[in-house]
Design a protein around this ligand. Structure first.
Ligand SMILES: [Zn+2]
Length: 571
């Protein structure tokens, strides 16, 4: 305010106050809804104000030349200036004087703030005129099966809406829930992206594709939405269940945490009772019926997940997560991947790089290894040279190679500990592909819906030949050893390189967790695998190509902190 007063050049703005006194309440209201109607008057007023400012506090004598004042500017220019300021600064600007306050009623200012700060492109006034009816706007946002006549009747009244209301009562008010989140739902976790979508704020839950199709795109469904049903009052609706949006509630508990609550959980119930709810859930979650799943242990796991997760009824607490920061030297671009986890189905794993190590952190989890835990850790200092394909078919041969590396790792660890005592250190060998151009990781991949697996292959083909002379640009042949089980027989048959790694295994309820040796196999920019030696099992991971908004970590430290936090919550 002090700054604005100085810009005005009039202190507490005599001119504006005078104007206020002159006007009756009706006139003020008219000016509010239809600002800047009399530029001539503004100029006169500004001149008077400038003179008052220039003469104020001085004795008699020649007046200095009038100072340039913001008030002298034509209103349309002031609108332009105000529209370029952050929306959060505008309320204090409105306190400077009546003129400023009046100008700040101009909705184009707020429209620009909505667009620049929150990406709102929708035009409140032209939703119907341009052929995009409110109905279409809504229909786009729901699963067609959810569409019901009931909802159509309760569309918001955009006629009397203003961008200022959208900005202050919706976007600004709920800005803290935008971004990427993990629900606290026992061991299962999850992935939620809260985004501004048109004139809505929508919480999209992302689900892996059906097991075992890791290359399929992620599925998503809305869990809640917030929008203005009337001026100055945002409505939170629960979107859970199959009976359309209904009354919900959002509470921002503390920084980086919020909770959702459903006020009408009867909307989640189905006429066919729990049986029907389970069958529907199963079809959505697994894409099949319980009869199709022959494996008894798998049936138990599925039933358990349904019973556990459905009791929450969309009343969940979410904690903020970030996408991993990337560095040009990373082995591949870090990010989210869909991975096969045997009877547990597909799970979402976050791959991040930490100097000599890469980590896979579970974003979704299971009763054995819960969400938040580090499922795989890759030792980028220790590459594993796979034998030729014939020898690779022998599990014992692979096992021998991996255990040798493990022994080497153990010995080096020992030496480092001894060396630390002697004050010596060894320079580590570089784990990276030496020929890798720094430009490659910055290549933007298309969004999940648009992109195909061809992009990853193109990137792999474009990558220069690896360091081994035996390997061509296509990589070396790869096959799973006999006896190693895989959910997906459709894994790549060539790989770029392999590293020693460890995988976390535990009993039910995360009992006796243990890091066990394994092999990390890099297939291409978008796919990797892990052979769990002790489990004689193989996990295939494929990149999540969906674009998540507001998901960048503010700093690498904030990312590390987040990883530590989500891990400690389930330990
Ligand atoms: Zn609900």
């Amino acid at each position: 305010m002090a700054v604005c007063a100085r810009l005005c050049g009039v202190g507490p703005s005599r001119g504006c106050r005078r104007r206020q006194q002159r006007r009756g309440p009706a006139e003020t209201a008219a000016a509010d809804s239809e600002p800047d109607t009399d530029p001539e008057e503004e100029r006169i007023e500004a001149g008077a104000a400038a003179l008052a400012g220039a003469g104020g506090g001085r004795g008699a004598g020649p007046s200095p030349p009038p100072r340039c004042s913001l008030l002298e500017l034509p209103p349309e220019l002031l609108v332009e200036i105000f529209a370029s300021l952050p929306g959060t600064d505008l309320p204090s600007l409105a306190q400077v004087c009546t003129k400023f306050r009046r100008i700040l009623h101009t909705d184009t200012i707020w429209r620009r703030r909505c667009r620049e700060e929150y990406g709102v492109c929708e035009n409140l006034r032209k939703l119907d005129i341009t052929g995009v009816s409110c109905r279409d706007v809504y229909a786009k946002r729901i699963n067609p099966r959810v569409k019901s006549g009931r909802f159509m009747k309760i569309l918001p009244d955009y006629e009397h809406m203003e961008y200022r209301d959208v900005y202050t009562c919706l976007l600004h008010r709920y800005r803290h829930i935008l971004g990427l989140w993990q629900p606290d739902i026992g061991p299962y976790g999850g992935l939620l992206n809260v985004v501004v979508d048109g004139l809505f704020i929508i919480g999209w839950m992302y689900l892996p594709p059906h097991d075992p199709h890791v290359d399929d795109p992620m599925r998503f469904k809305p869990l809640f939405r917030v929008h203005l049903m009337e001026r100055k009052s945002a409505t939170v609706e629960c979107m859970y269940g199959h009976r359309g949006p209904h009354n919900g509630h959002i509470q921002i508990v503390k920084k980086d945490e919020f909770s959702t609550k459903c006020n009408q959980t009867d909307h989640h119930r189905m006429s066919g009772g729990r049986q029907e709810e389970f069958r529907t859930w199963l079809r959505e979650e697994w894409g099949r019926t319980l009869e199709d799943i022959f494996h008894e242990h798998m049936q138990e796991l599925i039933l358990m997940k349904f019973i556990y997760t459905s009791q929450y009824d969309n009343c969940l607490t979410y904690r903020r997560i970030y996408l991993p920061p990337s560095h040009p030297d990373d082995l591949i671009r870090p990010g989210l991947f869909k991975g096969t986890y045997g009877s547990h189905g597909l799970e979402i794993v976050m791959l991040s790089f930490h100097g000599k190590r890469a980590r896979g952190t579970k974003i979704t989890g299971d009763p054995n290894i819960p969400a938040g835990q580090q499922t795989v850790e890759i030792d980028l200092m220790h590459r594993i040279q796979l034998p030729d394909v014939e020898s690779l078919r022998s599990f014992n041969e692979l096992s021998r190679i991996v255990l040798e590396v493990r022994e080497q790792v153990r010995q080096e660890q020992q030496q480092r500990e001894d060396g630390a005592e002697d004050g010596e250190g060894r320079a580590p060998q570089s784990p990276r592909e030496p020929q890798r151009g720094p430009a490659q990781p910055s290549v933007e991949l298309p969004a999940e819906k648009g992109g195909g697996p061809a992009d990853g292959e193109a990137a792999a083909a474009a990558a220069p030949a690896p360091e081994q002379p035996a390997q061509s640009g296509q990589g070396q042949p790869f096959v799973l050893p006999v006896g190693v089980s895989s959910r997906n027989e459709d894994y790549p048959r060539t790989c770029r390189m392999c590293f020693y790694g460890t995988g976390l295994i535990a009993g039910h309820g995360f009992t006796s967790p243990e890091r066990t040796p394994g092999v990390f196999i890099l297939f291409d920019e978008d796919r990797f695998g892990f052979i769990w030696l002790e489990l004689k099992s193989f996990s295939l991971y494929s990149r999540v190509r969906a674009t998540f908004r507001n998901a960048e970590a503010p700093s690498p430290q904030a990312f590390e902190e987040m990883l530590k936090n989500i891990q400690s919550l389930t330990s």
